[in-house]
Design a protein around this ligand. Structure first.
Ligand code: CTP
Length: 415
């Protein structure tokens, strides 16, 4: 930075003083991890490096030691360290980058194995973790690898890449590790949102579908997986909030630290949310609440009458929880709790979101096309509020959760 008088002041670097652990896996892209260490250092970070035994077959530990200025953690069993190196490194890191994250490393990390220094450190570290996968496209698409990635994401990990480009085999495909500068950008983004900027804020999040029972074995449901709601709960917790997660039936674990209330139907969710609404600073309705329920659910399993080829099902409207919250808040003449709604649509996305914002009297509507994100790990969302519309571009659900929480925080700060 240069002042008008010509005096020079050092510019504050983006990662100044931040502690980043780089875990290097055994793939050819390990050579790019050298550049990543340089890039992180250039941006001001303190960097330490851990390597798997396979990584050492590609790049000498000495290169990482020279670039990071620190000894490299290579061996869980070495008596060179005082104490336990995985415990020490895990506590030291403010962010962890696994680059390259090979198929083997992803699958083992997702299972919680810890038989080398990288895996043991990952198991022992509570800092946000970013995986930069690198492998042949067929490995990336291999079902166990895809499952592992999904599990890691559900456990709160972030991913950057892989991108499409030339692979080590000479073919072109999706599996190439992101460039070091892109990985460093992702580290910056993660560290920018790890401050406890929601400390003491009470956030209620709803998640998943509601299921409306027809009889003891059948129900009406929808395709919501709960990934978005659970990601919101996880990110709010990481940012210091007190989180209540009211969730319909999902296959996901509630994040540790959240007060978890399991419900099944819209009526149960309605009751659980309203009972807690008054105590909240923000309520984020990410659940896909059923608008209708069977008028007469049967206590016995329904039988199909012989010879009948058509039938009708009578449905009654469920309460609209978000609309009720909006009306309740308006009646109190208050700005709290901040209310966030979601809209999944198949067409006219922006118009539908604006309409929901108005009708339900909430502060923000997060809208996405069913084809873009429902059930997946990534979304393209529109954030619609009274000031206008912003598109997020393609981002993962945890990053989207952070954007939503940024808006909530801004709203709370404005009074
Ligand atoms: N919502 C709610 N209670 C309901 C239905 C929805 O609180 N009974 C909330 C959802 O959690 C979500 C938003 O309202 O935040 C979704 O709005 P909604 O208009 O119900 O969306 P759809 O169910 O898709 O409705 P429509 O078919 O009318 O677009």
């Amino acid at each position: 930075m240069t002042t008008r008088a010509g005096a020079h002041f050092p510019t504050r670097l983006a990662l100044q003083g931040r502690r980043v652990l780089v875990c290097v896996g055994g793939g050819i892209a390990a050579y790019k991890a050298l550049e990543l260490v340089r890039e992180l250092k250039r941006r001001g970070a303190s960097v330490r490096v851990a390597m798997t035994p396979a990584a050492e077959r590609f790049v000498a530990p000495l290169s990482f030691a020279a670039l990071s200025g620190e000894p490299v953690a290579r061996d869980l069993w070495s008596d060179a360290h005082r104490g336990e190196i995985h415990v020490e490194l895990g506590a030291w890191a403010e962010a962890v980058v696994v680059a390259p994250a090979t198929a083997n490393l992803l699958v083992r990390a997702a299972s919680g194995l810890c038989d080398d220094v990288v895996l043991a450190t990952l198991a022992c570290c509570r800092a946000p973790t970013l995986f930069a996968p690198a492998m042949h496209e067929r490995m990336w698409r291999h079902a166990p690898v895809a499952r592992a990635v999904r599990r890691l994401r559900d456990d709160g990990a972030r991913l950057v890449g892989p991108v499409t480009g030339p692979l080590a085999s000479g073919e072109v495909g999706e599996g190439r590790m992101s460039e070091p500068s892109e990985i460093a950008d992702a580290v910056e983004r993660i560290l920018a949102s790890t401050g406890a900027d929601l400390e003491g804020v009470r956030v209620l999040v709803t998640s998943g579908p509601t299921l409306e029972d027809l009889d003891p074995v059948r129900f009406l449901g929808n395709r919501s997986t709960g990934r978005m709601g659970h990601a919101l709960a996880r990110r709010a917790l990481a940012r210091g909030a007190h989180v209540t997660l009211i969730s319909g039936p999902v296959a996901l674990e509630p994040p540790p630290g959240a007060e978890h209330v399991a419900v099944r139907s819209a009526l149960q969710m309605h009751e659980a949310v309203l009972a807690r609404a008054d105590a909240q600073d923000a309520i984020v309705m990410a659940a896909a609440v059923a608008d209708w329920r069977p008028a007469e659910p049967s206590t016995d399993k329904l039988k199909k009458p012989d010879g009948v080829t058509e039938t009708t099902l009578r449905l009654v409207r469920n309460p609209d929880i978000l609309a009720e919250l909006g009306a309740w808040r308006a009646a109190r003449g208050q700005r709290r709790p901040v209310l966030v709604g979601f809209a999944v649509e198949t067409r006219d996305l922006e118009q539908a979101a604006r309409e929901k914002l108005r009708v339900k009297r909430c502060d923000l509507v997060v809208a996405n096309l069913a084809a873009d994100g429902f059930g997946g790990d990534e979304d393209v969302a529109l954030l619609v509020d009274e000031d206008g519309v912003a598109s997020t571009g393609r981002i993962d659900k945890h990053a989207l959760a952070d954007l939503v929480l940024d808006r909530v925080r801004a709203r709370l700060a404005s009074g």
